[in-house]
Design a protein around this ligand. Structure first.
Ligand code: FAD
Length: 820
C-alpha cells in the first residue's frame, strides 16, 4: 500500500460523494497532487444509503445550473471510469395536489427552461398514463422531466474516486484527520491518525472539509463556523411487486413523499414536517459514535406512519406489498436548506463542501466542479452566493439553535416554497432595541441572518401573521398603504440589521481606495456609494462609505452579507495599517423617508435640515429628542430622507421621539417589504439578486460608481476594458402592463418571443401601478434604441405577460425627489 505523502497541494477530508467529487474535479483541473483522507471507508458516512434520486428542478437559476451539470456528468461517468453507476435517465414526475403547488411547479419549470432543462407540463391523465400505479384523485397538475435520473449513490462516489485516482489523486481510508494546523491566519497542514494507528502530518495550504455531518465539529476545532446538524432520514422499501414495470421517479410533495422503483421493488421516502435531529452532543449526549461506519439508526414506525398512510392511498400497491426494509440513516441539514461551498472567512486555505440537505448526490457533481474552479482560480466560476459559506453567521454554530432549526428545515424541502415564507423555529436570536415597540404596533417579523426584522405592519384588529400564497398575500394592502406613505408623506423603517464596519487607521483612506471603485479621499462627513469589484469587474459588494474623520470610515452593508464583506476587507488589507471592526451591535439605524421627512426632522431636532445645511450624501451629528444621532442623508427608497445612526442604548428613546415628532404628519411605520417595493420602482439594485460577483459593474448600470480618475483600484482594468469592448448585456427595468400578475424573481424574461434569462428581482410597484422587475438583456453591438425597440414579455408560471422596458428608473428618473 502506498505511503501517505508528507506534502500535498490539497488535502480533502472525507470520502463521501462530496469529497470524491472535489477530488475528481481538482484532479481534472490538473491538481494531480491531491490527497483524500477518509476516517473509515469511502461512502461509509451518509453516501452509501442515499435513495439516489438525481433531480434537476430547483428553485433558482444557478442551483438548476449545478444540478443539471451533475445529471449530465453522471450519465458519462461509467464510460469514463469503468465503474457501473446505475445512472439511468428514467425521468421524473412531480404532482401537485393543490393549486398553490401547481403554480410552484410551473414556476420551477420556467426556471428549468431558462437553463435548457427539458420539462413538460402534463395533465393528471397524462401523469396516470406515464405512471399507471398512481391514484390521481386530487391531482391538480404535474410536470415531467424526462432526463432526470436515478443512480446507485455509492457507485457514483466510487466512480468519482476512480476518476480522481486515474488522474493522480491519492485516497487513504481508515485515516482520521485529528486537526488542521495553521499559521498567520492560513492553513499549513493536517494532522491525522493513520490506518496503522500512528499519527502523521501532511503539509498543505489547501484543506477541503467534506466531512458531512462531522463537518461542524471538525470546522469548529479550527475556529471555523460551519452550521449544520444531522437529522434522522427515512425511507421504506417493499418486497418485489409483480408487474411493477419501469417507472420514472415520482414526487408528491404535498404528501411529503417521493417514490422510486428499483429491481422490481418500490421505495417511498419521507420529508416529514417535523424531523428528528440526531447526533447531539452536550447535556450528557455523546454525539456520533467513533466507530460509526455504514451504520443505520433504529426504526420508528410511529414517526413514519403518516407518510405510509398517504402512500397506501396514492400508490395502492403499498396496501398489499410486503416490507423489505425500513431504513433510517443520518444526513446533515443546514439552517436555510442550502449547502455550503467556498473558503471559510476565518481561515485562509480552509475550504468547505458540506451540509447537503438530502441532495448531496444530485448536488455534489456540480458543487465539486464549482469548488474546484473556485480553489484554482481564486474566484467562484459564477454567482454562488446562495451556497456561499460566507452567508453563515458565527452565532449559527450554536448547537441548540441548529438542533431546533433542522427539525423544521428537513420538512421545508417538500413544503410549499411560497414567496416571503418565514421559518418558525429558532427565532428571535438577534433583535433590534425597538423590537418590542414595533411588535406592539403591529409588526410582523421575518428573519434574515438571525435578525428579526419588521416586514410589514398589521392594522389594528388584523392578525399579525402571514397567510402565504403565490397571489396577493394578506399584507398586500398593508404594503400599499406603507408604500404610498413613503411616496406622499413620511414612513419609518427600522434598518438596525444593517452590517456596520468601522475601518480606522493611518492607511484607512489608502486601503479603502484600493478596494473601492469610487473615490474615498473625500471631505469628512461625505457619504459615498461604491462597489467592491473583483478583477473581472464583478460586484463583490455594494455599500455606502461615510468618512467619519481623517482616519476613520463607516461602511454600511446588508446584514446578510456582513461576514462576506468583512472577509473581503480582511483578505485585501495587506500591509496597510487599518483596523477593521464589526460595529453592527453598537448602533441602530432608524430611517425616516418621504417628502414630509424634512418636516419631521425639524420637529425632532433643532438642527437645520435644509439642502444647504444638510445636502444629499452627507452625514453629521444631530440632537434627536434628548439623545444624539448621526444623521445620514441617503435613501434606498427614492425619496427625501434620513437614516439616523443611534447608539443602541438610546434607540428606544429616539424612536419614541420620532413617533412624537411624526404624529401629526401621519408618520407610518413601514416594513422591509415596502422598502423593497419602493427601491424597485427607483430601479435601485439589490446585491445578491440584480448584482453579484458575476455581474460586471457596467452591465449593471453602476458605472457611475467606478472612478476613471483614480489611478488604481481592484477591478479598474476590467472597467476600462469593458468600456472599450462594449457591453454584452444591460440591466433593464420592466413593468408588467397588466396590473394583476406578481413578480418575485426567477420568472423568465422573453424578448421577441425568445427566453433570454431570469428576472433578477421583482416586487409590486404600488406607485407605478403594476409588478416591477429587473433583468439583464443581451445587447452586444446594439444601441439603447434597439434594446427598447424589442417586444418584451415575462413568463410567470407558464403564462406570458406584456412588459414595458426602461433603461432609466421609472420612478424619479432625475432624482429630483431624492434631492428635494
Ligand atoms: C435516507 C436518505 C436518502 C437520501 N436520498 C438522496 C437522494 O435521493 N438524492 C440525493 O442527492 N441525496 C440523497 N441523500 C443525501 C445524500 O446521501 C447526502 O447528501 C450525501 O451522501 C452527503 O455526502 P457527504 O460526502 O457530504 O457526506 P458523507 O457521505 O457522510 O461523507 C463524509 C465523510 O467524511 C468522513 N469524515 C468525517 N470526519 C472525518 C475525519 N476527521 N477524517 C477523515 N474523514 C472524516 C466520514 O467518515 C464520511 O465518510 C439521502 C440521504 C439519506 C440519509
Amino acid at each position: 500500500m502506498a505511503e501517505i505523502p508528507r506534502q500535498a497541494r490539497a488535502v480533502i477530508i472525507g470520502g463521501g460523494v462530496s469529497g470524491c467529487s472535489v477530488a475528481y474535479h481538482l484532479a481534472k483541473m490538473g491538481w494531480t497532487d491531491v490527497v483524500l483522507l477518509e476516517r473509515k471507508q469511502l461512502t461509509s458516512g451518509t453516501t452509501w444509503h442515499a435513495a439516489g434520486l438525481i433531480g434537476q428542478l430547483r428553485g433558482s437559476a444557478n442551483m438548476t445550473r449545478l444540478a443539471k451539470y451533475s445529471a449530465d456528468l453522471y450519465v458519462k461517468l461509467a464510460a469514463e471510469t469503468g465503474v457501473e453507476t446505475g445512472m439511468r435517465q428514467v425521468g421524473s414526475i412531480s404532482v401537485a395536489l393543490t393549486e398553490a403547488r401547481h403554480e410552484e411547479l410551473l414556476r420551477q419549470a420556467t426556471v428549468a427552461r431558462i437553463f435548457d432543462v427539458e420539462v413538460h407540463e402534463i395533465s393528471p391523465a397524462v401523469a396516470k398514463a406515464k405512471y399507471p400505479h398512481l391514484n390521481i384523485d386530487g391531482v391538480v397538475g404535474a410536470v415531467a422531466l424526462p432526463l432526470d435520473g436515478q443512480c446507485d449513490p455509492a457507485n457514483i462516489a466510487m466512480a468519482l474516486a476512480k476518476g480522481a485516482r486515474m488522474r493522480g489523486a491519492q485516497i487513504f481510508e481508515h485515516t482520521r484527520v485529528t486537526g488542521v494546523t495553521k499559521a498567520a491566519g492560513r492553513v499549513t497542514g493536517v494532522d491525522y491518525i493513520g490506518a496503522d494507528g500512528e499519527p502523521g502530518h501532511i503539509a498543505t495550504d489547501v484543506v477541503v472539509n467534506c466531512g458531512g455531518m462531522w463537518g461542524r465539529d471538525l470546522a469548529e476545532a479550527s475556529g471555523v463556523t460551519l452550521p449544520l446538524h444531522a437529522c434522522e432520514h427515512f425511507y421504506l422499501v417493499t418486497e418485489p411487486v409483480e408487474g411493477l414495470g419501469h417507472l420514472p421517479v415520482l414526487r408528491v410533495p404535498d404528501e411529503c413523499a417521493y417514490y422510486k422503483s428499483d429491481a422490481g421493488k418500490m421505495m417511498v421516502g419521507a420529508f416529514e414536517p417535523k424531523a428528528k435531529p440526531w447526533g447531539m452532543t452536550g447535556w450528557g449526549q455523546t454525539g456520533i459514535r467513533d466507530d460509526f461506519m455504514f451504520d443505520t439508526l433504529p426504526e420508528d414506525w410511529d414517526h413514519f406512519q403518516p407518510i405510509l398512510e398517504h402512500a397506501m392511498n396514492r400508490l395502492p400497491l403499498f396496501q398489499t406489498a410486503g416490507i423489505h426494509t425500513f431504513f433510517n440513516g443520518p444526513e446533515s441539514f443546514t439552517p436555510d436548506d442550502r449547502y455550503y461551498l467556498g473558503e471559510a472567512p476565518e481561515l485562509g486555505g480552509y475550504w468547505i463542501a458540506a451540509g447537503y440537505n438530502s441532495v448531496g448526490i444530485a448536488g455534489s457533481g456540480g458543487a465539486g466542479m464549482a469548488l474546484a474552479h473556485w480553489i484554482t482560480e481564486g474566484e467562484a466560476p459564477f454567482d454562488l452566493w446562495e451556497v456561499d459559506i460566507r452567508r453563515a453567521q458565527p452565532f449559527q454554530r450554536n448547537r441548540s439553535y441548529l438542533k431546533e432549526r433542522v427539525s423544521e428545515t428537513l420538512g421545508l424541502l417538500y413544503a410549499d416554497h411560497f414567496p416571503y415564507r418565514q421559518v418558525v423555529t429558532s427565532r428571535g436570536v438577534r433583535r433590534s432595541p425597538i423590537h418590542d415597540h414595533l411588535k406592539a404596533r403591529g409588526a410582523v417579523f421575518g428573519e434574515v441572518a438571525g435578525w428579526e426584522r419588521a416586514n410589514w405592519f398589521a392594522n389594528e384588529g388584523q392578525e399579525q401573521e402571514y397567510h402565504y400564497s403565490w397571489k396577493r398575500q394578506n399584507w398586500f394592502d398593508n404594503q400599499r398603504a406603507e408604500h404610498m406613505a413613503v411616496r406622499e408623506g413620511v414612513g419609518f423603517f427600522d434598518m438596525t440589521s444593517f452590517g456596520k464596519i468601522r475601518v480606522e487607521g493611518s492607511d484607512a483612506c489608502r486601503f479603502l481606495n484600493r478596494v473601492s471603485s469610487a473615490e474615498m479621499d473625500v471631505a469628512t462627513g461625505r457619504i459615498v456609494y461604491t462597489m467592491f469589484l473583483n478583477d473581472r469587474g464583478g460586484i463583490e459588494a455594494d455599500l455606502t462609505v461615510t468618512r467619519l474623520s481623517e482616519t476613520a470610515y463607516l461602511l454600511v452593508v446588508p446584514g446578510a452579507t456582513l461576514q462576506r464583506n468583512l472577509a473581503w476587507l480582511r483578505s485585501h488589507l495587506g500591509d496597510d495599517f487599518a483596523v477593521i471592526t464589526d460595529m453592527t451591535a453598537a448602533e441602530s439605524v432608524l430611517c425616516v423617508m418621504g417628502p414630509k421627512s424634512r418636516d419631521l426632522m425639524q420637529r425632532l431636532s433643532p438642527a437645520d435640515f435644509s439642502n444647504t445645511a444638510h445636502p444629499f450624501g452627507t452625514a453629521r451629528e444631530i440632537e434627536a429628542g434628548m439623545g444624539l444621532a448621526r444623521a445620514h442623508r441617503v435613501t434606498y427608497v427614492g425619496e427625501l430622507g434620513w437614516e439616523l445612526y443611534v447608539a443602541s442604548d438610546q434607540t428606544a428613546h429616539v424612536f419614541e421621539a420620532i413617533e412624537a415628532a411624526g404624529a401629526d404628519l401621519g408618520l407610518k411605520l413601514c416594513g422591509l417589504h415596502t422598502l423593497d417595493s419602493c427601491r424597485i420602482e427607483k430601479a435601485y439594485r439589490h446585491w445578491g439578486h440584480d448584482i453579484t460577483d458575476e455581474d460586471h459593474v457596467l452591465d449593471a448600470g453602476l458605472g457611475f460608481t467606478a472612478s476613471r480618475k483614480k489611478p488604481a483600484y481592484i477591478g479598474r482594468d476590467a472597467v476600462l476594458r469593458r468600456e472599450d469592448e462594449g457591453l454584452p448585456r444591460k440591466l433593464v427595468q420592466f413593468r408588467l402592463a397588466d396590473p394583476e400578475p406578481l413578480l418575485f424573481h426567477n420568472e423568465a424574461l422573453v424578448r421577441d418571443g425568445q427566453i433570454i434569462g431570469p428576472v433578477t428581482s421583482g416586487n409590486y410597484g404600488h406607485f407605478l401601478g403594476g409588478a416591477v422587475g429587473l433583468g439583464y438583456v443581451p445587447c452586444k453591438g446594439q444601441s439603447d434604441a434597439d434594446i427598447l425597440g424589442s417586444a418584451y414579455e415575462i413568463e410567470v408560471a407558464g403564462q406570458r405577460h406584456k412588459a414595458i422596458a426602461s433603461l432609466t428608473p421609472m420612478h424619479d428618473p432625475k432624482s429630483e425627489r431624492v434631492r428635494a
